[in-house]
Design a protein around this ligand. Structure first.
Ligand code: CTP
Length: 402
């Protein structure tokens, strides 16, 4: 944590959303810490929050007017103005209600409307009773927010409202400040960098209605794209068919086949600093695509397969300064195969995925993977949340550019 003039928050415009929990009184101290760290803090309170702490307390601490409703500034669209002028948002304390609304995209007050309009990084510090925190509805909201790149700080175990004890107490203001500073540092780590990411499968047509495909959901590549974007990169996402919906703010190029993916990647990669090939590109395609639907009466078709362009190999052959990241799906000899691919395709980093076992890899939330690099910044095989693996890849990209 740093509260000196060299803080990462110096000059940053921070939206502080205060919702209705008793921990709101501690958030006055958080506001004070952020101001001391050089941030320009704009507070938005929900109605319920104003029952715990008066808006004037926050106005005095921040030197800025405190807003409580979308109608506070006749003549301006307040939630849009606020959304566009802040660099970062913190919600503390975050009630179960606001977590759920943020996860669902509900915008029924100034805070939730502002956060729905904004694309800035968001940190939330939940505070609630244990039953509410443990409830599957809250768990699902937290999971959805995390998948979208929201940073969740706490809660911790300790004394709760009404004399109870347990998990659900808001993290201390110093800890929330440290998380906010870490997010502020991360949010510009890849600023000015152009990164191309591919995600999802390719579909190689057999006839107008059939194709050869694979089980890739696109989650891994979309997680990398979202993480790079959250760190300030200009991200182009080349997305295969049927992949998960990407978050807003990326340049998305949709493709179907390996050939189309190759053309999109090669054109996007021209002025890119890095290319991350997370797509499960088909290695082969049917040589010929039947003009009409193949008919059963004609008997089983003879399908001759021919290789598709190896996009990554092509990029590796004219690599220049571009950082190249590949994925390798392996069922055995993970490290040896991964190292072979690192060299054969002239890559800087390869993520070796263990596939073929139930519960990991294609279509699942987690990946069993190892990271192999040219400079020894490796990670041994373990189970990763895809978001966490995406962060590890972006850490290494940032190091390379740093
Ligand atoms: N890739 C590519 N173009 C292809 C096929 C794959 O760019 N036509 C990329 C993938 O996006 C991935 C990496 O290359 O980053 C995977 O390499 P590949 O040799 O296809 O790996 P496997 O499919 O695991 O191949 P192998 O059969 O050699 O194990």
């Amino acid at each position: 944590m740093s509260t000196s003039g060299t803080s990462l928050l110096k000059g940053k415009r921070v939206l502080l959303g205060v919702t209705g929990g008793i921990a709101a009184y501690k958030v006055a101290h958080l506001a004070r810490l952020m101001v001391a760290a050089g941030a320009d803090v704009r507070v938005v309170m929900t109605d319920a929050a104003t029952r715990f702490v008066g808006p004037d307390t926050f106005a005095a601490l921040t030197g800025n007017p405190v807003h409580t409703t979308v109608w506070d500034e006749p003549g301006t669209v307040l939630h849009v103005r606020l959304a566009h002028e802040v660099d970062l948002a913190v919600v503390a304390p975050a009630t179960a209600n606001v977590l759920s609304k943020l996860a669902q995209g509900i915008a029924d007050d100034l805070l939730t409307s502002t956060l729905l309009e904004s694309r800035c990084p968001v940190v939330v510090a939940p505070a609630m009773h244990t039953g509410m925190w443990d409830h599957p509805a809250t768990c699902a909201s937290v999971e959805a927010l995390e998948a979208r790149g929201v940073t969740i700080v706490g809660p911790v175990a300790g004394p709760l409202a009404a004399g109870d004890e347990g998990m659900g107490r808001m993290s201390e203001p110093e800890e929330i400040l440290a998380a906010v500073e870490a997010v502020a540092a991360r949010s510009t780590e890849l600023a000015g960098r152009r990164i191309v990411v591919t995600a999802g499968p390719t579909h190689e047509p057999l006839d107008p209605v059939r194709f050869i495909g694979n089980r890739s959901s696109g989650r891994m590549g979309v997680a990398v794209a979202a993480e790079a974007h959250a760190r300030g990169a200009d991200v182009t996402l080349v997305l295969g068919p049927g992949a998960v919906t990407p978050p807003a703010g990326l340049h998305v190029m949709r493709v179907e086949t390996a050939e189309q993916m190759r053309d999109a990647v090669v054109s996007a990669a021209k002025d890119a600093d890095a290319v991350v090939m997370a797509a499960a590109v088909a290695d082969f395609r049917p040589e010929r695509v039947a003009e009409g639907k193949l008919k059963k009466e004609a008997g089983p078709p003879e399908v001759r397969l021919v290789p598709t362009p190896d996009i990554l190999k092509e990029l590796g052959e004219s690599k220049g300064d571009r950082v190249l990241v590949g994925f390798a799906a392996e069922t055995s000899e993970l490290e040896a195969s991964g190292r072979r691919k690192l060299l054969a395709k002239n890559l800087d980093l390869v993520v070796v995925n263990e596939v073929g076992r139930e519960g990991t890899g294609f279509g699942f939330e987690t990946n069993d993977a190892m990271i192999l690099t040219r400079d020894g910044d490796d990670e041994p095989l373990r189970t990763w949340a895809k978001r966490e693996l995406a962060a590890a890849i972006c850490d290494r990209l940032a190091k390379r550019f740093g």
